[in-house]
Design a protein around this ligand. Structure first.
Ligand code: ATP
Length: 221
């Protein structure tokens, strides 16, 4: 089903969202105040328009009210990002995703009614930091300020052990929600299943507990 999206701000982040949505066959209205950016995207997005998104009348003229999901990817100009978000909430857009530049910006965006605030540099930084700590930490996803999901390779320390033996819930307060083996994913892992070195565990828990788990069972030191 085709759905309508608008992407405001065609920097690296907004541009990449616009390209991906378009390649998935979605209708995308691309907006940027920079003519060069619009020329770059005119053959990618369904519509590409030069406009200043802080101007309510312009956004109305563009029919933004008929679009369900708008992504605001203006980075450096925090004032323009905030003003644009206010205009979009005033216009009653159902779903507004905004890129935050820092924690303060994020707080304001949440207060003024952004539905999703994303912080790609910070989140990617965290993911890479965890991956640098150990090659066995494959991914890291923040759920809230103090809870996350991690994807870890069983590695040497868990190889040949069962979930009962490792007793991750009692020892670390985290839950193994799934185990990936080759191309299969087992969402209700058996307690007596013997882990292989290449198995990938998907674990959910409080950051402090995940950190203890990583130190004891994942990091090779
Ligand atoms: P990235 O890191 O994703 O490359 P960035 O954080 O550096 O982006 P900017 O380059 O500041 O973000 O902004 C992204 C785009 O938003 C730019 O192409 C810029 O022209 C556009 N932009 C900035 N202000 C407005 C505005 N008021 N209306 C429309 N577009 C705008």
């Amino acid at each position: 089903m085709k759905r309508d999206y608008a992407v405001i701000g065609l920097g690296r982040f907004g541009g990449s969202i616009c390209k991906e949505l378009s390649s998935e066959g979605m209708q995308v209205l691309a907006i940027d105040s920079d003519e060069d950016k619009i020329n770059e995207f005119k053959n990618i997005a369904s519509h590409a328009v030069i406009a200043n998104s802080t101007d309510e009348a312009t956004l109305k003229e563009l029919g933004i009210k008929n679009i369900d999901h708008v992504i605001v990817a203006i980075g450096d100009n925090i004032q323009a990002s905030i003003l644009t978000t206010v205009v979009l909430t005033d216009l009653g857009i159902k779903s507004i995703t905004v890129k935050a530049q820092n924690d303060y910006h994020e707080k304001i965006l949440n207060r003024i009614g952004a539905n999703h605030v994303v912080h790609p540099e910070r989140d990617m930084g965290k993911r890479i930091a965890h991956n640098i700590i150990s090659n066995n930490i494959l991914d890291y996803l923040e759920l809230s300020d103090d809870h996350s999901i991690v994807e870890v390779r069983a590695g040497e320390k868990m190889r040949g052990k069962t979930l009962v033996e490792l007793d991750i819930r009692a020892n670390y307060g985290c839950n193994v929600v799934a185990i990936k083996r080759d191309k299969d994913i087992n969402v209700s892992p058996a307690a007596d299943d013997v882990l292989k070195e290449e198995d990938v565990l998907i674990l959910i828990g409080a950051d402090k507990d995940i950190s203890r788990f990583e130190k004891h069972l994942v990091i090779d030191r």
